[in-house]
Design a protein around this ligand. Structure first.
Ligand SMILES: NC(=O)c1ccc[n+]([C@@H]2O[C@H](COP(=O)([O-])OP(=O)(O)OC[C@H]3O[C@@H](n4cnc5c(N)ncnc54)[C@H](OP(=O)(O)O)[C@@H]3O)[C@@H](O)[C@H]2O)c1
Length: 321
C-alpha cells in the first residue's frame, strides 16, 4: 500500500520559525538539502486532518526538572516544530503522576509553542473514568482542549477486550478532546486491542512496532487500515532496554542500498522501515537529544522504501549478528 504524502513545511518556513525561537544557528547546522525536502504528512482517517509522520515520545525522558534539563527538553520541542513535526505523546503518569504533562505545559507557555503542538496524552484509569480526569490533564498542559486522549495500557497495565471507551466518546462530545484512542506496548495484548478497536472504532490506536518486532504487520495494522483507525507507533527503536535496536547495529555500517531511499543513519533506517507501511500514521520515538530529534525528523523526508525494499531491510536486520 502506498502511503499518501504531502509537503507541510519548507526550509524557509522552518528557518523563519526557528529564528523566532533563537535556534536558527542550530537549524543552519542541518544540511540545507535535508531541510528543503518535504516532511511527509498522513491523514487521520476519521477526519482527514493531516499529521507529520515523525513526532516525539516523552515516556522515558521527562523525569527530572533542573534548569539545564528543562532547557534541553525545550530545545527538543523547538527542533521538532522547526523541522516540521507537531505530534508529542505524553501520559498523566510519565515522570510520576502529572510530572511530564505539567512540565510540557510550562514549556509550551514559556516558548509559545502550544498552538503548534498536536498533543496526545493518556489516562491511567481503565474504569471509573470521569471528566475530572481529563480536566486535570487539560489544566497541567495549559490547554482548553486535548488533541488526543488515550486509555493507557500495556504489559504493566493490560486492558481486556471488554474495555469501555464510552467515557472517552462522551469527553469528545463535550468538546474536551478532539480524538480518542487506546494504547498498547506488547504483542500479547494485540488481540484485546483489536477487539476493542472493532467494537468502538476509536480515532487512534497506539501500538508497538519496530523492525525487530513485526507482529503488528500480522495483527493490528491490517485491522487499523480496514477500520480507518489512525496509528501511532510506540517503541519504534525497541525501547530503552535489552530490545533497543541500536545495540544490534553498534559499529556496523549501513548497507549501501539504504541510500536509494535517502537513509543516512540507523535511526532513519529503522523509522523509514515503519513509515513504509501504509497503515502507519506517525512514529513517536523518544529522545532527550536535539541531534537525535533532528536525525529522527530526517526519516520524514524523501522517498520511503517500497515493499521489496522493506523486505530486504527486514532480512538484512534479522541476519545481523
Ligand atoms: N503503553 C504505552 O502507551 C506506551 C509504551 C511505551 C512507549 N510509549 C510511547 O512511545 C514513545 C517511544 O517509546 P520509547 O521512548 O520508550 O522507546 P523508543 O522510541 O523505541 O527508543 C528510545 C531510545 O532510542 C534512543 N534514540 C532516539 N532517537 C535516536 C537516534 N536518532 N539515534 C540513536 N538513538 C536514538 C533514545 O536515546 P536518547 O534519549 O539518547 O536519544 C532512547 O534510548 C515513548 O516515549 C512514549 O511516548 C507508549
Amino acid at each position: 500500500m502506498d502511503p499518501p504524502e504531502t509537503l507541510t513545511r519548507t526550509r524557509r518556513e522552518a528557518l523563519a520559525l526557528a529564528g523566532g525561537f533563537g535556534i536558527a544557528p542550530l537549524l543552519s547546522a542541518i544540511p540545507a538539502a535535508a531541510q528543503s525536502r518535504p516532511i511527509a504528512t498522513r491523514p487521520i482517517p476519521s477526519s482527514g486532518e493531516r499529521l507529520p509522520v515523525v513526532g516525539l515520545g516523552t515516556g522515558q525522558n521527562w523525569r527530572t526538572d533542573t534548569p539545564e534539563y528543562r532547557a534541553a527538553l525545550s530545545a527538543i520541542l523547538r527542533t521538532l516544530i522547526a523541522g516540521g513535526g507537531t505530534v508529542v505523546d505524553t501520559a498523566s503518569n510519565y515522570g510520576g503522576y502529572g510530572f511530564a504533562e505539567r512540565m510540557l505545559g510550562e514549556i509550551f507557555g514559556e516558548s509559545g509553542l502550544r498552538p503548534r503542538i498536536f498533543i496526545a496524552t493518556k489516562v491511567e484509569e481503565h474504569y471509573n473514568l470521569y471528566p475530572s480526569t481529563v480536566k486535570a490533564s487539560l489544566q497541567r498542559l495549559g490547554l482548553s482542549k486535548i488533541d488526543l486522549i488515550q486509555i493507557h495500557s500495556g504489559s504493566y497495565s493490560p486492558v481486556s477486550a471488554d474495555q469501555d471507551l464510552g467515557p472517552l466518546r462522551d469527553w469528545k462530545a463535550q468538546g474536551l478532546v478532539r480524538y480518542i484512542g487506546i494504547t498498547t506496548d506488547y504483542d500479547r495484548g494485540f488481540a484485546d486491542i483489536e477487539a476493542i478497536m472493532r467494537r468502538w472504532k476509536p480515532d487512534f490506536i497506539m501500538l508497538n512496532y519496530s523492525i525487530g518486532d513485526r507482529e503488528a504487520e500480522r495483527r493490528l495494522l491490517p485491522a487499523a487500515a480496514e477500520l480507518g483507525v489512525a496509528t501511532l507507533i510506540d517503541l519504534p527503536f525497541g525501547g530503552h532496554g535489552s530490545n533497543n535496536l541500536f545495540r544490534k547495529v553498534q559499529g556496523k555500517p549501513l548497507p549501501d542500498w539504504a541510500r536509494d531511499f535517502d537513509v543516512t543513519s540507523w535511526a532513519q533506517f529503522f523509522l523509514k522501515y515503519l513509515l513504509g507501511h501504509g497503515a502507519v500514521t506517525a512514529v513517536i520515538p523518544g529522545t532527550n537529544k536535539v541531534e537525535h530529534m533532528e536525525d529522527n525528523l530526517g526519516a520524514g523526508r524523501g522517498p520511503l522504501p517500497d515493499a521489496a525494499q522493506r523486505q530486504r531491510m527486514a532480512q538484512f536486520f534479522a541476519e545481523l549478528a
